[in-house]
Design a protein around this ligand. Structure first.
Ligand SMILES: NC(=O)c1ccc[n+]([C@@H]2O[C@H](COP(=O)([O-])OP(=O)(O)OC[C@H]3O[C@@H](n4cnc5c(N)ncnc54)[C@H](OP(=O)(O)O)[C@@H]3O)[C@@H](O)[C@H]2O)c1
Length: 143
């Protein structure tokens, strides 16, 4: 799940639903906002979901807490080997949030990660990501 800003909202419901149903697959959320002190939406709820084992990984990108901006796609790059291994294990990728810049940058980063770890050229990586979409393993709700 990649849900910076307001994009995190549906993932809360998604995770709560998984908790109630006792879903067993692993879950990983990338969340980003401007400042941890004021913009860490659902911090308590996410901590609880981590504590009870519903949310397995949480990576955070607070863009304005340091001089150089950090975004969710930077965290994806930092953990690209792990992300690739989850994809190879059948992970589904959900993106929610800003359509104008974030979604395109995350899409580009996903293709870069696939190319890097899958040993593919740009066309091959694009085809891999297209196949994820065809298989409904790459779903976006962007606005
Ligand atoms: N929040 C609202 O009340 C509201 C109301 C109406 C419409 N919208 C629209 O809804 C969309 C989402 O807005 P949002 O409020 O959820 O938050 P957002 O504007 O998407 O910002 C959330 C986080 O994403 C960062 N960000 C900026 N550019 C990015 C990029 N290219 N890739 C990845 N992350 C990036 C922002 O950093 P920086 O800001 O530090 O660059 C911020 O830390 C936007 O199109 C917005 O115009 C929001």
């Amino acid at each position: 799940m990649i849900g910076p800003g307001t994009g995190v909202a549906p993932f809360l419901s998604f995770l709560q639903d998984r908790r109630v149903r006792g879903a067993r697959g692993r879950t990983w959320l990338f969340f980003g906002e401007q400042r941890r002190a004021t913009d860490f939406y659902y911090a308590d709820e996410l901590a609880a979901l981590q504590a009870d084992g519903t949310l397995h990984r949480l990576d955070l990108a607070f863009s304005r807490d340091q001089r150089t901006k950090v975004y969710v796609q930077d965290r994806m790059r930092e953990h690209s080997a792990r992300l690739w291994s989850w994809l190879q294990d059948g992970a589904h990728v959900y993106v929610c949030g800003d359509a104008s810049r974030m979604a395109a940058d995350v899409d580009r980063t996903l293709r870069e990660i696939v190319a890097l770890h899958g040993g593919l050229d740009a066309d091959g990586a694009a085809a891999y990501v297209r196949q994820l979409t065809t298989d409904r393993r790459y779903l976006r709700d962007i606005y």
